[in-house]
Every structure is written in structure tokens, then in C-alpha cells.
Design a protein around this ligand. Structure first.
Ligand code: PEP
Ligand code: CO
Length: 466
């Protein structure tokens, strides 16, 4: 349902300076808003949204603009994007060890990619706000009992009880607070030198030593250290810029009332910014051209992503580009294709051609996770490492053959030793899954599998360059 009736005046802010025509942060309410929860207590929802609209933002417009400029560089082939994190964050997982390990694996992967691709890597986390999930059905039935579906910690709780599944507006505020805590910790770690390339030894997770790929990884780290020392000797000074890396946040902007409450105007900048994240994206299920999500996204100034699925035809994708980036602004629009290894050859080339034919300038990145999900007979939802790798490999080839460029990857991963995806160097099998299957939603690459994927991307690219 749409919560149109309850949006308080205080957040239906005055319409001024909006770049898009006939748009304001609540204009989505005149369109069909799917995947929205049904809140039983509308007064409580209104009061939570009013408070959310008053709270300080999680990101600034300067950061959002800086990200857009870097995405523009990726679009012109000068950077590679690494976007990754959990399928869904949970309030319980807002915990120092988990956050630090996820940051570590993303930094380690980016180190491998920078070195192997000889290109700057743009790091974007699927975190600090990835709390809402689209669902295929509004309700879930178990043993004759039907309850509302779990829609992510932003909305309700996963336990299968009537009380847990009631959408609770208070969660909007908890999500804002947990996102702020996550962001604060990530910023602190990065500012404190956690990502310092001079100390790659800080990055090693204990059990990586047992990985069959540990040797390859260690060699790369040593080689990066040696290159850095060489450059510093040459320059006669420490290369300060290497102490810091940029890190940006992203989430699927699904719950439009919450996104709109965090959409603000800022001094001396035209238009409206979603200041809950740097890089919101539209999920596959909410990308209808006449839907509320596309309406909301067309008016914000952030760089944005849209998932592109096999059932989208050329015209649909062309129209998305037209509506979401009519000025062809560099860095504004990223198309994240998620076809599946078995379908990418059939569906992707026509879409790349269609976008180019209309003169739309976009950044293409590949999500090799969501088209490769399988349900096993033992009840687990999983993905095969080989399918994930294959989709990335094919995507590089297809873009090259179409005169386009694959500018990055979008992954579901964790820094923990979970057993959710099959295969990888340790060859996890179906019998291993029960050991550490922790995801409440989609299966994630574990630490080793994620690092292996980064190493394999480098091999694919160097083989193609030879
Ligand atoms: C996701 O990214 O978790 C997701 C649900 O993806 P998609 O919209 O591509 O299915
Ligand atoms: Co997912």
C-alpha cells in the first residue's frame, strides 16, 4: 500500500529548486507504489516519519557529488567499481566485528583489483541502510498459518510470529540510528588508517592463512608494498594520499516514505538530495516505468543505479534512461545487469545496443548474484561460485564484443567464514551449507570466495589483455 494519506505536512517540504519538472519528494504518491508495507498504526507512522525528516542526514551533498564525479570516471573507463555487502543488513548484525570484517574484505578485494587491473577502484558498500527487502509475496504461510512476509529489519522482524511480522514504524528510526553507527565506525576506521596501504598486514583475517589462495594474495600484497616503497624512494617522501581511501554507501531505496523523509535541499545547491545514502538503487521488482519508484528517483540529484533483469526489453531500458537521466549527465545512471550465467549471452547484447543506439551514456556494472540463485532440495537457497564467475567473465566478453565496457561488479558478500554459496577454492558442497548458513535472505560469498573472485577477475582481464 502507499502511505499517501499520512505523510505530515512538515515533510512535504516546499517545492523549490527541483531540477526535474513537476517533481517533489512526495510526488511518487500519485503513482502505484508496490512493495510497501501496510502499517496498522498510521499515527505512529506519521510521527516516526516526522522525526526521521528532522534527524541529521547520514551523508552530505558534497560526498554525493564527489561520488557522481568518480562514477563519471568509471563510465569513461578510468575506474573500476566494486560494490558489495550483505543482501540485507540486520539490526543484530550492527556489531563492530562484523562491520570491520566486511570492510576488510572489500578493501582487500579492492587492493587486488587496483593492483591487477592497474586502475583506481571505486568502493561502494551495500551497507549503512540496506535494511529493506522486496518480497515475491505479501504473505507467508507455514503449516496453515498465514502472516505478513518479512520485509527486512526496516519494516518487521523475521521470526514467524504474528507480533514479529507487524510493520513497526519505530524501526524506521532504529534503522537510521544503526546506519549512522555503521557509517560512523566505517569512517573512523578509514580515517584512522585501517585502509593504509603501508600496513596491509592489518588486513589479514586469521583463517585466510589456510586458504589455497593465500600464497597468491600474499604475493600481491608484497608486490604492492614494494611498489609503494619504490615510489616513495623516488619521490623522496611518504605518499600521503595512500593513507586514505574513499568509501561510499548504497542501498536499495525501497520504502519510499522513508527515503522521501530523508530527501533534503541543501544550501547553495539546486535540487533535492537523498541524504540517507550516497548511491540508492532501484531493484528489479520496482523498476516499472510508470511506478512510484521511478517517479521518486527521477527527481533526486544522487547518482543512482537500476537493476536490469532478463525480462526487461530494449524499450523499457531506453525509457528508464530517458526518464532517469534526460540530460545524459555523466555518472548519474548506472545500469546493474543481473541476468544469470545461463541467460546473459541471450539478453545482454540487445540491451547494450539499444542504450547506445539512443545515445544514452551510462555506466554498466554486473551483479552476478541475483540471476544465479537456486533453491536446493534440502531447503537452502544457494549460488554456485562457478556461475557467479562465469557471468562476470561472459559480461566482460559481451561488453567488449559490443564496443561497450563493463565498469564494475555488484556482489553480495560478507567478511565471515559462512557457508552459503557452493564451490570456490575450497569447493564447498551442499553438505557444507548447514555448517554456517547465516543469511536470512540471499546467500553471500564468504571471505575466501570474495577474495578469490577478485583474483579471478584480475586473471580474466589480464588474459583478455594479452
Ligand atoms: C538485491 O540486490 O538484493 C535484490 C533483491 O536484487 P534484484 O532487485 O536484482 O532482484
Ligand atoms: Co539479494
Amino acid at each position: 500500500m502507499s502511505s499517501a494519506a499520512v505523510i505530515p505536512d512538515s515533510i512535504s517540504t516546499a517545492i523549490s529548486g527541483a531540477a526535474a519538472r513537476d517533481w517533489h519528494p512526495q510526488s511518487w504518491q500519485s503513482k502505484a507504489a508496490i512493495q510497501q508495507p501496510s502499517y496498522p498504526d498510521q499515527a505512529a507512522l506519521a510521527s516516526a516519519l516526522t522525526e526521521l525528516a528532522r534527524l541529521p542526514p547520514l551523508v552530505t551533498s558534497w560526498e554525493v557529488n564527489a561520488l557522481k564525479a568518480q562514477l563519471a570516471q568509471a563510465q569513461s573507463g578510468k575506474r573500476f567499481v566494486l560494490q558489495g555487502g550483505d543482501c540485507a543488513e540486520s539490526f543484530a548484525d550492527c556489531e563492530s566485528g562484523l562491520i570491520a570484517n566486511r570492510l576488510k574484505v572489500l578493501l582487500q578485494m579492492s587492493l587486488v583489483l587496483v593492483h591487477g587491473l592497474q586502475q583506481p577502484v571505486l568502493r561502494i558498500g551495500r551497507f549503512a541502510g540496506q535494511y529493506a527487502k522486496p518480497r515475491s509475496t505479501d504473505t507467508e504461510t507455514r503449516e496453515g498459518v498465514t502472516l505478513p512476509s518479512y520485509r527486512g529489519d526496516l519494516v518487521n522482524a523475521p521470526e514467524f510470529t504474528a507480533a514479529a511480522r507487524v510493520p513497526d514504524p519505530q524501526r524506521l528510526l532504529t534503522a537510521h540510528a544503526r546506519s549512522a553507527m555503521t557509517m560512523n565506525f566505517v569512517r573512523g576506521l578509514i580515517d584512522g588508517g585501517f585502509a593504509d596501504l603501508h600496513h596491509p598486514e592489518y588486513w589479514n583475517l586469521d583463517w585466510a592463512q589456510h586458504s589455497p589462495l593465500a600464497g597468491d594474495y600474499r604475493q600481491r600484497v608484497e608486490s604492492i608494498g614494494a611498489s609503494l616503497r619504490f615510489m616513495e624512494t623516488l619521490a623522496g617522501q611518504t605518499i600521503g594520499d595512500f593513507n586514505r581511501v574513499d568509501f561510499y554507501t548504497a542501498h536499495e531505496a525501497l520504502l519510499l516514505a522513508a527515503e522521501a523523509a530523508q530527501t533534503r535541499q541543501v544550501p547553495r545547491q539546486p535540487g533535492w538530495y537523498n541524504l540517507s545514502t550516497h548511491f540508492p538503487w532501484i531493484g528489479m521488482r520496482t523498476a516499472a516505468l510508470d511506478g512510484a519508484h521511478v517517479e521518486y528517483f527521477r527527481g533526486i540529484r544522487n547518482p543512482i543505479g537500476v537493476k536490469v533483469a532478463p525480462d526487461m526489453n530494449a524499450e523499457w531500458v531506453q525509457q528508464l534512461c530517458e526518464i532517469l537521466n534526460p540530460q545524459n549527465e555523466p555518472g548519474r545512471l548506472t545500469l546493474i545487469h543481473r541476468m544469470g550465467a545461463a541467460k546473459v549471452e541471450q539478453y545482454l547484447p540487445a540491451l547494450i545496443d539499444a542504450v547506445r543506439k539512443k545515445g544514452h551514456e551510462v555506466l554498466w556494472i554486473c551483479d552476478p548474484m541475483h540471476g544465479n540463485t537456486r533453491a536446493l532440495e534440502n531447503g537452502y537457497k544457494t549460488r554456485r561460485f562457478d556461475d557467479i564467475l562465469r557471468e562476470v567473465e561472459l559480461s566482460f566478453e559481451i561488453h567488449a564484443a559490443c564496443g561497450s565496457r563493463l565498469g564494475g561488479v555488484h556482489l553480495e558478500l560478507t567478511g565471515e567464514d559462512v557457508t552459503e554459496c557452493l564451490g570456490g577454492a575450497r569447493d564447498l558442497t551442499e553438505d557444507d551449507l548447514h555448517r554456517a548458513y547465516r543469511s536470512a535472505v540471499d546467500p553471500r560469498l564468504n571471505y575466501e570466495q570474495a577474495l578469490e573472485l577478485a583474483l579471478r577477475i584480475v586473471s580474466i582481464k589480464s588474459a583478455a589483455g594479452r
